[in-house]
Each structure stands twice: as structure tokens, then as C-alpha cells.
Write a protein that binds this ligand. Structure first.
Ligand code: CUA
Length: 312
């Protein structure tokens, strides 16, 4: 598999491109000012250094034209930066108008929920997007303030409870892009990873159709035992699986868990063995997270992992 992208200076959307361009312009202006100021300071210190027998230097209380000049020049520079920034902000996040969002992002402590409309589908921690399409993301939160940020693809957008924000992303390269929550949101803020999978429109349409369908439960003995265990335990109080009576919305939807690359918002690679270990002791892998230790035996955890990984 190709390495995921994770650099703010390696933009893969027009939005991220605009931000990177502004960064380089700002950096160039700052570099020129830095070199000019440090150069003049160094030159003055050398040229007007004290020599033995020098008289007291000439005392001056102010030069009006010079003060006006060094007020005017920075003001002008700041004005240029303001105009460039406003222009970039408009390019990156133009007014939404009547456009409906393509996906709703719901931030939770400490994972991400993605809700697609028509056909309705829900995913967790892995956002799939079609290559080349300019998407509008609605960014919201179920609890505290988070911040959705995928550096390669676009701007940061706060996820504020009761106050949805909008973000435009037009990915122009297929691949996996990593992001993270960029606003401190509690104990597991650091492990609230975002994976964006950008794929061809045809692959995306297939994924979305598949995601919208209730998963087919596994038919092997361990998977069947795990399914019974899932129904008997308290799992469904928090999790949902389409086609079953589990409709909880506190934790991630588990309908197509087996197809995701990671567990617990990027903490673990998704394999049956890692899932078994996670089920046995979630607090060991993600201390403070809302997934309790269900007191499973090793055999139960193995069956439950078989069931969840087998949902396709
Ligand atoms: Cu969510 Cu920081």
C-alpha cells in the first residue's frame, strides 16, 4: 500500500494549494524583512562601533520623517498580507449558498462519524471521497469543540456543538490522506485521527452503495457465537449495526468495521487479533476513552472479533 500523505506543504486540492501558496508568499515577505533588519543592525553595530578616544555620540530625540516612514512601511506590508489572506480565505471557503453538504462530519470524544445522504450511509473514522469532485463538508460536534484538519486537502474547521461549520475539499489525487483533531478536546485528543480515502468516482460509488447496505453477518461458528454475544451484551447501547437491533449512536457504527484500516480512530491496525486485544482492554490502548472493559473472557473476545471483522 502507498504511504499516506501528511504534509501541509504537499497540497492535493485547490484549497490546500491556496493555503500553501499564501504560506510561501508570507514566508518570503518575512524572510526579506528578517534579512534586511538583521543586516542593517549588524552593519550599524560594525560601522558605528566604539573606538578608543571617541567622543560621546550625538544625542537625538527623534526624527519625524523616519518615524513616519517606519510606521507607513509596516502598515503597507500588513495591508498587503490582509488582502492576500482575505483572498485566500474566499478561495478556500467560498460562501455555501444553497448548496447541500455532501457529507456531514460529526466529531465525538474521540472519533469521527461521517453521515452520507441518499443513499444514506454512515461510516466512522474513515472518510471516503471521490477524486476530483468539489465537496462541501458540514462539520459538527456531538459533545465538545473539536477541529477537523486534513493538511493536504484543506483548511482547518472547528467542530462546534450547535454551530455547524462548512469546509470545501476538492481532492485531486487518489490515495490515503491523514489528518487529526486540531483542537484540544480532552484526554484522547491526541488519538483522534482522521483517514481520508480518495478514490475514483466509480470506486467511491461502489463503496457508498455497499456502505448503505446492511452488512452480511459471518456464517462461521465463531462469528455466529460472536453475533449472539454482541446481542446479549451491552454493545448495542452505544453502537449500531444496520440490520440488527443495535442502534446506539454514542460510539462508532460497526456495520462495516471489517473493511476499515484502523481501530479506535487510528490507534491500532485493524486485524482480528488487534480487535480481540482492544475488546479485552480498551483502556490500555486508549486511556480515558468511553469504551468500557466489558469483562470478556479471551474466548469471548475472539468470537466477538470474528463476528465484527466478518461483517461485510
Ligand atoms: Cu477532538 Cu481534539
Amino acid at each position: 500500500m502507498q504511504m499516506p500523505h501528511t504534509s501541509v506543504l504537499d497540497p492535493h486540492s485547490p484549497q490546500a494549494q491556496s493555503i500553501a501558496r499564501l504560506f510561501y508568499i508570507d514566508l518570503s515577505i518575512a524572510a526579506v524583512i528578517f534579512l534586511l533588519v538583521t543586516g542593517l543592525v549588524a552593519f550599524a553595530a560594525w560601522r558605528f562601533r566604539a573606538r578608543p578616544g571617541d567622543p560621546e555620540p550625538y544625542q537625538e530625540s527623534g526624527v519625524r520623517w523616519l518615524e513616519a516612514l517606519w510606521t507607513a512601511i509596516p502598515s503597507l506590508i500588513l495591508l498587503v498580507l490582509l488582502v492576500l489572506t482575505a483572498k485566500t480565505m474566499l478561495e478556500v471557503n467560498p460562501p455555501v449558498g444553497k448548496r447541500k453538504p455532501d457529507v456531514t462530519v460529526v466529531a465525538h470524544q474521540w472519533w469521527w462519524e461521517y453521515r452520507y445522504g441518499d443513499p444514506a450511509a454512515v461510516a466512522a473514522n474513515e472518510l471516503h471521497m471521490p477524486l476530483g469532485e468539489n465537496w462541501l463538508l458540514l462539520i459538527s460536534s456531538a459533545d465538545v469543540i473539536h477541529d477537523f484538519w486534513v493538511p493536504d486537502l484543506g483548511a482547518k474547521m472547528d467542530a462546534i456543538p450547535g454551530h455547524p461549520g462548512y469546509l470545501w475539499i476538492q481532492p485531486r489525487q487518489a490515495g490515503t490522506f491523514l489528518g487529526t483533531c486540531a483542537e484540544y478536546c480532552g484526554t484522547d485528543h491526541a488519538t483522534m485521527g482522521i483517514r481520508v480515502v480518495v478514490e475514483s468516482p466509480a470506486d467511491f460509488a461502489a463503496w457508498r452503495q455497499h456502505q448503505a447496505r446492511a452488512p452480511v453477518p459471518p456464517s462461521d461458528a465463531a462469528g455466529i457465537r460472536g453475533g449472539r454475544l454482541f446481542a446479549a451484551r451491552t454493545c448495542r447501547n452505544c453502537h449500531s449495526i444496520a440490520g440488527t437491533d443495535a442502534h446506539g449512536r454514542v460510539g462508532p457504527d460497526l456495520g462495516h468495521l471489517g473493511e476499515r484500516a484502523t481501530l479506535a480512530a487510528g490507534v491500532l491496525t485493524n486485524t482480528p487479533d488487534q480487535l480481540r486485544r482492544w475488546l479485552l482492554d480498551p483502556q490500555h490502548f486508549k486511556p480515558g476513552c468511553h469504551m468500557p472493559d466489558a469483562g470478556l473472557t479471551d474466548a469471548e473476545a475472539r468470537d466477538l472479533a470474528s463476528y465484527l471483522e466478518g461483517l461485510r
